[in-house]
Design a protein around this ligand. Structure first.
Ligand SMILES: Nc1nc2c(c(=O)[nH]1)N[C@H]1C(S)=C(S)[C@@H](COP(=O)(O)OP(=O)(O)OC[C@H]3O[C@@H](n4cnc5c(=O)[nH]c(N)nc54)[C@H](O)[C@@H]3O)O[C@H]1N2
Ligand SMILES: Nc1nc2c(c(=O)[nH]1)N[C@H]1C(S)=C(S)[C@@H](COP(=O)(O)OP(=O)(O)OC[C@H]3O[C@@H](n4cnc5c(=O)[nH]c(N)nc54)[C@H](O)[C@@H]3O)O[C@H]1N2
Ligand code: SF4
Ligand SMILES: [Mo]
Length: 894
């Protein structure tokens, strides 16, 4: 018999914080108690009464258009919005999980201020006025002391489209920190370095494709635009016999359904891609017309560069047979232009990953599939303009002019004087145009100049070490949709710095639940849940027609929760100093109504549909070949040397097109030369200014492959230690959903059966994994002391690469309420304010968490990020999640 837990219940476990601080306490001040009671019965949805309201899912970064079925003022069900051109009305399991969050008994519904030491879990409920006055007073002081840059906001995957920047710039601080380096900076580099733009992530014309070469992306269960990509890939395969070929280190959902799956050794995809390029060139299967017309180097030079990268070399590196590499390269070229590569984190989150991503994308360039039906495409959600705004959509201007960018950290300023001398020297050596783009070590770290040359891909994992090292000072730190204390590499260091009041004197978390990060705040501001607030939406368009959408509230926020927009407006008003001018609106709806005022449909119609796109617009194929109209050329300046036509926009020259060798004047690509920059000299310059040796392969201007330094002398008994995402969870923003935790609540370490046999373990046994510090030019490289050790259950799986161990994220929470941590000590949990218990999908939550150890289940898995070292790749700073090297032993008794 498992013990019954009375409902309501409320304890807040402090396991982790006890370890860290020696203190333990409860958490009052969350949602006020309103027990459903034992007599309330679940009521099915009455569709004669329920109203379907379009909005946008916040379950992951894909941002699908959905319909919220609202009955009696509460969301009962989420289904897809059939008008959404990306998702085509389909959703995944996680979408309904957002309902679980909205009515989670442990949602934070009132501002909280800590009463005990930071991290002790002792909180008091305060009013919004108290919370905002305290924060505004602190901000005003910074402003008055000319230290605006000591205010930072760090975000995870927020979807406010520029609101953080507006808030910070209005205040005068550039410290807009994010998570991109731990997420997707390297995949973007491949596109930005060639084309000058990455849009948000890879978009291909999958539906028309015949052959997709997938280097470790996992669109069948993750990927930023997974819901759009997976449908089109599967449709092309089912309807047209297209083939999907996947290189992976483990049998991911995508690998498992692929036509061909090759287990590769981690960090070696670049060798495979380079060898494929070698084969294409050797067999003269490339598109010579495209190369000569668009690429910025002679073909003979790339031919020569590719010579050493033979299929035999790639086989020795990756383990993929040379014959298959050769065959697939030829099949790929023959399918052109109906073929494309798919790249994301698998191939690129490595020390050599920017170049590996470039090597894969070179295949697309070689066969000339760029922008062509069935090929690699990017939409006008980029700088390819044509009478449209930056996003290929009508320009937006509301609510008032954007605040000016804060002053750069130029020599002579007080901010510059705060930098350590070695950093000052590095920055002073930058060319002037780079210095003007430099906004301090946290935002634009000087050793990683390519993280901010193309697009600001902040090196978020270095924020805490840099604060610790004294490279930067902060006073007030606002975290938003952000859980570094759990999600970041070396999460233990994140927790250490978040706990340290000398390094982060004042931490405000804007959150919806008690996460590992908000538990380390001084004040927590409860945000309106995604289904209770507005957000604008622009994203990649898989049908190649740009569209826009609106997240709109399905009902008013529960308790006292408020949208971040309103929080910022109210703070701006209290701070003054001119800040309020950039938040001049009364209602949130008014703000977004203004934002979308140039749409050709009415606001009411937009809200009714949730989505807008121009149905008459043709697809964005070959945008680079669009001729520039004579009328535009008339007033444009022409540069003989580059062939670029430009006009003045906001005081700066803005390119509108390029004259090609045959005399035609077309839009070209959004790169500096308007060409495809296969030769990318920014790598050379970046390496020089970052102080890398002249022969460092990271500074190679051409796509290339070299071994990851940590893998050079790997011993026979060492393993690659990698991590991955499950289909039913999103990082740490789904763990409060019971319906999702029920599907996946634990995360055994995947291992090949042969490796298991050698070690003498079977599935379910316990192993101990010890992770080494990385090598190369990276943070704390080569230190003897391991990063961390983890003991966990093993799962033997065929399809694994025999030298790889893989463990999923999402599990092992110490916070996130009772669902995230079902084994915490028992005690009362508040009910959900204003919620009719009959509408809850699970009225008896605590007793239904059957996977809890105390109920005889397997428990909630392990948090693994204390074992991943902070490991930023040179120049770019992307986190090399998949480069780790580990030793393993069997734990006896198991
Ligand atoms: N081991 C391992 N670690 C990883 C990864 C991996 O694959 N494996 N992936 C990495 C990647 S790609 C990324 S992008 C990062 C993501 O890491 P984060 O940027 O931290 O993102 P999330 O976990 O999505 O959300 C963070 C927090 O936002 C809060 N939140 C959720 N909804 C709302 C809301 O509506 N409003 C507010 N204010 N807060 C909300 C929740 O507390 C949640 O914990 O994780 C990285 N970490
Ligand atoms: N369900 C779900 N969807 C999500 C998210 C989520 O958390 N859950 N998060 C969203 C976010 S923020 C992001 S960034 C995207 C990420 O989407 P993806 O990049 O598609 O997925 P990841 O799991 O981060 O990593 C990709 C895969 O790389 C593999 N891999 C590791 N090393 C190598 C290697 O050397 N070579 C190859 N070929 N493969 C390797 C891993 O096994 C893993 O399956 O997903 C987004 N969508
Ligand atoms: S993929 Fe799933 S969780 Fe992500 S936005 Fe779409 S429906 Fe929501
Ligand atoms: Mo991500």
């Amino acid at each position: 018999m498992t013990p019954r837990v009375p409902f309501p219940f409320t304890p807040f476990t402090r396991r982790d914080w006890i370890k860290l601080t020696g203190a333990a306490a409860l958490t009052p001040g969350l949602g006020a108690a309103a027990s459903p009671g034992p007599t309330a019965f679940y009521r099915p949805i009455d569709y004669t009464k329920a109203k379907a309201i379009p909005t946008i899912c916040f379950g992951c970064t894909t941002q699908c258009g959905v319909l919220g079925w609202v009955e009696d003022g509460r969301v009962r069900r989420i289904s897809g919005n059939p008008l959404d051109p990306n998702s085509r009305g389909r959703i995944c399991a996680k979408a309904n999980g957002v309902i679980d969050l909205t009515y989670y008994p442990e949602r934070i519904l009132h501002p909280l201020r800590r009463t005990g030491p930071r991290g002790s879990g002792q909180w008091e409920r305060i009013t919004w006025d108290e919370a905002l006055d305290e924060i505004a007073a602190r901000m005003r002081k910074l402003k008055e002391e000319d230290r605006a840059h000591h205010l930072a906001v760090q975000v995870g995957r927020d979807k406010t489209q520029g609101l953080m920047q507006r808030f910070l710039h209005a205040f005068g601080s550039p410290q807009q920190l994010n998570r991109r380096a731990i997420c997707s900076s390297n995949p973007r580099v491949a596109n930005m370095s060639y084309f000058g733009e990455s849009v948000d992530w890879d978009t291909g014309d999958y539906e028309q494709s015949k052959l997709i070469l997938n280097f470790g992306a996992n669109p069948m269960e993750a990927h930023q635009g997974g819901m759009g990509a997976l449908q089109r890939i599967q449709k092309a395969r089912c309807d047209k016999g297209a083939r999907l070929v996947t290189f992976e280190v483990r049998p991911s959902a995508t690998a498992s359904v692929s036509d061909e799956f090759f287990p590769v050794r981690a960090g070696t995809d670049g060798a495979i891609a380079m060898a494929m390029a070698h084969v294409i060139v050797k067999n003269q299967l490339h598109d010579a017309d495209f190369w000569d017309r668009w690429c910025n180097m002679p073909f003979a030079d790339i031919e020569k560069h590719l010579e050493p990268f033979t299929p035999a070399f790639a086989e020795a590196e990756s383990g993929v047979p040379a014959a298959d590499i050769e065959r697939l390269a030829i099949e790929f070229a023959k399918a052109a232009p109906h073929c494309l590569t798919l790249i994301n984190r698998g191939i690129t989150k490595h020390y050599n990953g920017a170049h590996a991503g470039r090597a894969a994308r070179l295949l697309d360039i070689l066969v000339g599939n760029i922008g062509r039906p069935g090929g690699f495409t990017m939409t006008t959600r980029s700088a390819w303009k044509g009478g449209w705004g930056q996003d290929g959509l009508p320009e937006t201007e509301f609510p008032s002019p954007a605040p000016p960018a804060p002053p750069a950290w130029l020599p002579g300023t007080t901010m510059f004087a705060e930098l350590p001398e070695s950093v000052q020297a590095r920055v002073k050596a930058f060319p002037k145009s780079w210095q003007e783009k430099y906004f301090g070590e946290l935002y634009t770290p000087s050793e990683y100049p390519l993280s901010w040359q193309w697009q600001v891909m902040r090196v978020g994992q270095l924020v805490y070490p840099y604060l610790k090292e004294g490279r930067a000072k902060l006073d007030t730190y606002i975290s938003y949709t952000f859980n570094s204390a759990y999600n970041y590499p070396e999460a233990s260091l994140a927790r250490e710095v978040l706990l340290d009041e000398t390094l982060l004197p004042f931490h405000i978390a804007i959150d919806v639940v008690m996460s590992e990060t908000s538990a380390l705040a001084d004040i927590i501001l409860p945000e309106a849940a995604a289904f209770e607030r507005w957000d604008p939406q622009v994203t990649n368009a898989y049908d190649l027609i740009p569209f826009t959408a609106i997240r709109q509230p399905l009902h008013p926020p529960l308790g006292e929760a408020r949208s971040v927009l309103r929080i910022f407006r109210d703070l701006a008003r209290r701070v003054g100093h001119g800040m309020d001018a950039y938040f001049a609106f009364e209602e949130e709806e008014e703000f977004y109504k203004g934002w979308f005022k140039n749409l050709p449909i009415t606001w009411e119609e937009f809200k009714r549909r949730g989505i807008w796109y121009d149905e008459k617009r043709s697809k964005d194929y070959e945008l680079h070949e669009q001729p520039v109209p004579e009328s535009e050329l008339a007033g444009a300046a022409f540069d003989e040397k580059t062939g670029i036509y430009s006009v003045e926009k906001k005081g700066k020259a803005s390119a509108i097109g390029v004259k090609l060798a045959d005399g035609s004047v077309v839009r070209g690509f959004p790169s500096r030369s308007r060409k495809v920059e296969v030769m990318q000299d920014l790598f050379v310059q970046g390496a020089k200014y970052a102080g890398l040796p002249a022969d460092d392969p990271c500074g190679n201007p051409l796509p290339t492959y070299f071994k990851v330094p940590s893998h050079v002398d790997m011993k026979e008994d060492e393993f690659h230690w990698v991590t991955f995402k499950w289909n039913a969870h999103t990082q740490s923003r789904s763990n409060y959903s019971k319906r999702l935790a029920e599907i996946i609540h634990t995360n055994p370490i995947w291992m090949h059966p042969d490796a298991g046999k050698k070690l003498g373990v079977k599935s379910g046994d316990t192993i101990e994994v010890t992770v080494k510090r990385p090598k190369g030019n990276t943070y704390r490289a080569g230190e003897e002391k391991p990063v961390g050790t983890i003991r966990h259950k093993v799962l033997l799986r065929r399809g694994m690469h025999p030298r790889v161990l893989a463990c999923s994220h999402h599990c092992g929470h110490t916070q996130m309420g009772i669902v995230g941590n079902p084994d915490r000590p028992e005690g009362p949990v508040p009910g959900i304010e204003g919620m009719d218990p009959a509408l809850l999908t699970d009225r008896d939550l605590p007793n239904n968490l059957w996977w809890a150890r105390k109920r005889g289940g397997p428990g909630n898995g392990m948090a693994i990020n204390d074992t991943f070292p902070i490991d930023p790749t040179p120049l770019i700073g992307t986190q090399n999640w998949f480069d780790c090297v580990a030793t393993v032993k069997k734990v006896t008794p198991v």
